[in-house]
Design a protein around this ligand. Structure first.
Ligand code: UT7
Length: 327
């Protein structure tokens, strides 16, 4: 018995925000953003577009892509740090919108590593025999918690959703997943207010504490060591050589992190997928959006080995190795 990724999907807002647009909003330049991050444009949700809108659209595509119906899904897991509300979960909104009935549905919080954390949970559920088929979604509308007056962060983020359907199979598709965390570094990338520690008040709003705060340099340093290390570990445990990897899809945080991680792993640059130029950093959504794009472009064939790796707030980091099998 194995677990395969039977379907993928993604959804992005229509509105495009360019570096030139940002030049008019904060003291920055297209040149700085391009050379330091690789980002040129990002998609931004409208005021009336919550995360669930994109999650639902991505889910519909993934379920159809798997040749399934919403009724075939046994559990829904949504990874996000920008849920529609603190509660109920965005997963409950997705499952009811798609008419999935009274199946279990819940959100998880693991920032940029959220999609791989969700994959780990879904994979374990299916392997244990508890459920046959899981829908996992990484979705963010980071624009809603971005401080548009802070040039250190506002140039980096974007919105969107990606989804995957995991199901039981005779074949083995998910060859390994590793997930880690280090809560001692939580304050290097976080949103201070709006939770029980610092509930929303006039004061928290005035002090701009409902926005993402990041020590970019520190996060960068950890990302470029932790991502390649965990990717190597997942490959070693699965008994797969780096040479056998057909496509490496890292979390899209910064083109310099992507290039450095690929180099440290010794993966050919043409096998490292990047779309950060167009979409920026979409946190939990970045891996499934990139995966869906690569698949849609015909870059993934049956039996290809796909390596995924992420790093983000928490700190959290994770990697997975997947053999592409659709049957
Ligand atoms: O999703 C997972 C978590 N996130 C990440 O993995 C992001 C990790 N970090 C990064 O990608 C990079 O650290 C950044 C892109 C955020 C920053 O790049 P950097 O090369 O580390 O720049 P820096 O923070 O060291 O800042 C360099 C300079 C500073 O000026 P001074 O202090 O040297 O005078 C900043 O004030 O660049 C300045 N700066 C800007 N200048 C123009 C910072 N942001 C901007 C900006 N435009 N948007």
């Amino acid at each position: 018995m194995g677990v395969i990724v039977a379907g993928l999907g993604a959804s992005l807002p229509e509105k495009v925000l360019t570096n030139q647009d940002l030049e008019k909003m904060v003291d920055t330049s297209d040149e700085w953003i391009t050379t330091r991050t690789g980002i040129k444009t990002r998609r931004i949700a409208r005021e009336d577009e919550p995360s669930s809108k994109f999650a639902i659209e991505a889910a519909k595509i993934a379920i159809e892509n798997a040749g399934m119906k919403p009724a075939d899904i046994d559990v829904v897991i949504v990874a996000t740090v920008t849920p529609d509300m603190m509660f109920p979960s965005t997963a409950c909104i997705v499952s009811s919108s798609l008419g999935m009935g009274e199946i279990p549905a819940f959100d998880i919080s693991a920032a940029c590593s959220g999609f791989l954390y969700a994959m780990n949970i879904a994979d374990s559920f299916i392997r244990s025999g508890k459920y046959n088929t899981a829908l996992i979604i990484g979705v963010e509308t980071l624009s809603k918690i971005t401080d548009w007056e802070d040039r250190n962060t506002c140039v980096l983020f974007g919105d969107g959703a990606g989804a995957a359907v995991l199901t039981r199979s005779d074949e083995e598709g998910i060859l390994g997943i590793e997930v880690r965390s280090d809560g001692t570094k939580g304050d290097l990338l976080y949103m201070p207010a709006g939770g029980s520690r610092m509930p929303a008040s006039m004061e928290t709003v005035k002090n701009r504490l409902h926005f993402i705060k990041m020590n970019g340099r520190e996060v960068f340093k950890h990302a470029v060591t932790k991502m390649p290390a965990i990717a190597k570990e997942v490959l070693d445990k699965a008994g797969i050589s780096v040479k056998d990897v057909s496509l490496f899809i890292p979390h899209q945080a910064n083109q310099r992190i992507t290039v450095s991680t690929g180099e440290r792993l010794g993966i050919d640059p043409e096998k490292v997928y990047s779309n950060i130029e167009r979409f920026g950093n979409t946190s939990a959504a970045s891996i499934p959006i990139a995966w869906w794009e690569a698949y849609s472009k015909g870059m993934i064939k049956e039996n290809d080995i796909i390596l995924l790796a992420a790093f983000g707030g928490g700190f959290t980091w994770a990697a997975a190795v997947v053999k592409w099998r659709r049957k």
